[in-house]
Design a protein around this ligand. Sequence first.
Ligand SMILES: C[S@@+](CC[C@H](N)C(=O)[O-])C[C@H]1O[C@@H](n2cnc3c(N)ncnc32)[C@H](O)[C@@H]1O
Length: 260
Amino acid sequence: MRFSIRQRTLHNGQLRSTVQVHTDGEDLDMSEQAPMTPGHGHGHDFDRAYWERHWRQDRTSDRGSMSGNPPNPHLAREIGHLVPGTALDAGCGAGAEAIWLAEHGWQVTAADISTEALARAADRAAASGVGDSVQWVAADLCDWAPAAPFDLVTTAYAHPAVPQLAFYERIARWVAPGGTLLVVGHLHGHSHGDAEDVDGQPPAEATATAASVTALLEDTEWDDAGWDVVTAAELHRTITAPDGRLVELHDVVVRATRRR
Ligand SMILES: C[S@@+](CC[C@H](N)C(=O)[O-])C[C@H]1O[C@@H](n2cnc3c(N)ncnc32)[C@H](O)[C@@H]1O
């Protein structure tokens, strides 16, 4: 089956548009994935316009700014011991995790729906000396699919305009046999200290629990890959926001290895 991938990549800070046609989708069973349509009922449309606006308004000094954030500590703890290979950071934002991965030897593809986020990420990567080690992809991950699976697929707090578990199911398909999926998300039922909160809480559709992500991976209806869940945790941490305030974060962290 043939399918098209429309993507824009950033090279040395320059956006390039490309359209690729692949014929190797059958091997990966990714070509069967229909683009996802927004099925949300919450107060936000987490679509491209929302995220572009979010990043254009984000100032590093803002309370919930993610522009200058350090790499997510769950990444180093969960991934630090793995042998580096290819990695996808799904919803990379300002690039902290993609840069960390590149600095630790991974060949990184970092994708985000927001060109503004990617421009900031590319600038940070260049400043960190790993600008050439990351391929930046401007794409809606609900209708983009990679040409080949990755040794690691990781996502941190990315919540698109589709239910959260549907997004995790989609990106889990992009993990190579023997590879790793690392999900870091907003924990269901808790507030989160960034700008997209609604009344102090992310909408339910943008959250998950360790049990719900684990159940997704154990559900053979959608995938017979088979997963070994290594970490399934609900963790709470305090960070210092750019304005000096302490912010409580409530995270769900799931790491799993794909058997086949
Ligand atoms: C809350 S931010 C987190 C960014 C980064 N991972 C971090 O932890 O700092 C969520 C990111 O997901 C991206 N995103 C949301 N929906 C997306 C989609 N459908 N495809 C690709 N990226 C998306 C947003 O643009 C945003 O950068």
